[in-house]
Design a binder for this molecule. Structure first.
Ligand code: SIN
Ligand code: NI
Length: 256
C-alpha cells in the first residue's frame, strides 16, 4: 500500500476546534516500535553532544534540553519530521500551503524540577507575513501531566501583539496580559505516538518531569510558504544570507 493511499484526514470537528481554540490533540501517528526507535535516536544525539547533563547548568538547561534541526543530522529523525501523515495533518489544520521552519528534540530530564513556562512561540521567530504557523508536539513515550505534557490557553492565538517571554519565568506572559492568568487552561496528556498541534501564537506551557524517565518529545514547526524574513536574529537563519523581506525558502525549508 502506498503512503498516499494510507493518509487519514482529520475530522471536520477537529479542524474546527483547532481553528477556534488554537490547538488540538490527535491520536495514533506512531506505533510503539516507531516511538522506541525515534526516542532512542533523540536521546543518542542529545547525549552525543553532551546535552544530557543530569541537570547541571543553567535553569534553561534544567527546564528543557533542546537539539534544533535534528532532522538535518539524522536520517532517522528526518523520517519523522517529514512524515507524510504529519505534514498532511498540519497542512489541513493550517489551511494554507506550508514549509518546514525547523524541528527540535525537546527533552526533560528525570525529576528536572522545572516547567517550561507559558509563552507564545511566534514572537521568537524572525518572521513576517506568517499568519498561520503550526507546531506539532509528538510524544515518544507516554506523557502524563507528571512527566511534562503541554497545557494551552484557548483562543490566545488571536493575540498578535505580545512579545517574547522568558521560558523559565512563570509570570512572564502574564505580566504582558494579566487577564490571561485567569483564562481557561487545557492540559493534554498524551500516549506514546499521539501528538498535539498548536498555532504559533497559542500560549502554552509544559509541566516539570516528576518521573524517573526522560520525557522525550519531538516538535516539528511549519510556516506558511508566504513567510518572509524579518531581519531579526535567530539560530536557524544565522549566517544564511537572507535579507529582510526575503521569502524563507530553499532546501533547508522544504515544502510539505
Ligand atoms: C516543552 O516541550 O517543554 C515545551 C515545548 C514548547 O514550548 O513548544
Ligand atoms: Ni513553545
Amino acid at each position: 500500500m502506498s503512503t498516499a493511499t494510507a493518509l487519514r484526514p482529520l475530522s471536520a470537528d477537529l479542524v474546527a476546534g483547532y481553528r477556534s481554540r488554537g490547538f488540538c490533540r490527535v491520536e495514533g501517528l506512531l506505533t510503539p516500535a516507531e516511538c522506541a526507535r525515534y526516542r532512542a535516536e533523540s536521546l543518542r544525539l542529545a547525549a552525543e553532544d553532551g546535552r544530557l547533563t543530569g541537570q547541571a547548568g543553567t535553569i534553561y538547561r534544567k527546564a528543557l534540553v533542546q537539539r534544533v534541526n535534528i532532522w538535518r543530522d539524522s536520517p532517522v529523525m528526518a523520517e519523522l519530521t517529514l512524515h507524510p501523515q504529519l505534514c498532511a495533518w498540519a497542512s489541513q489544520l493550517a489551511g494554507v500551503p506550508l514549509r518546514l521552519w525547523h524541528d527540535h528534540a525537546l527533552i526533560k530530564e528525570p525529576m528536572n524540577g522545572a516547567a517550561t513556562e507559558f509563552h507564545q512561540d511566534q514572537p521568537y521567530w524572525p518572521h513576517t507575513h506568517s499568519p498561520e504557523p503550526i507546531s506539532a508536539w509528538i510524544a515518544l513515550q507516554d506523557v502524563p501531566p507528571e512527566r511534562g505534557c503541554m497545557s494551552f490557553i484557548p483562543g490566545s492565538q488571536r493575540l498578535t501583539q505580545l512579545g517574547a517571554t522568558d521560558l523559565t519565568d512563570a509570570g512572564g506572559l502574564f505580566a504582558l496580559r494579566p487577564e490571561l492568568a485567569w483564562a481557561e487552561r487545557v492540559t493534554l496528556p498524551l500516549r506514546a505516538g499521539d501528538l498535539t498541534f498548536h498555532h504559533g501564537r497559542t500560549a502554552h506551557m509544559a509541566n516539570p518531569n516528576a518521573t524517573d524517565q526522560h520525557r522525550v518529545a519531538h516538535t516539528v514547526i511549519f510556516m506558511p510558504r508566504s513567510t518572509r524574513f524579518s531581519g531579526s536574529g535567530h539560530v536557524v537563519t544565522h549566517e544564511m544570507g537572507f535579507q529582510p523581506g526575503d521569502v524563507l525558502q530553499g532546501p533547508l525549508f522544504p515544502e510539505v
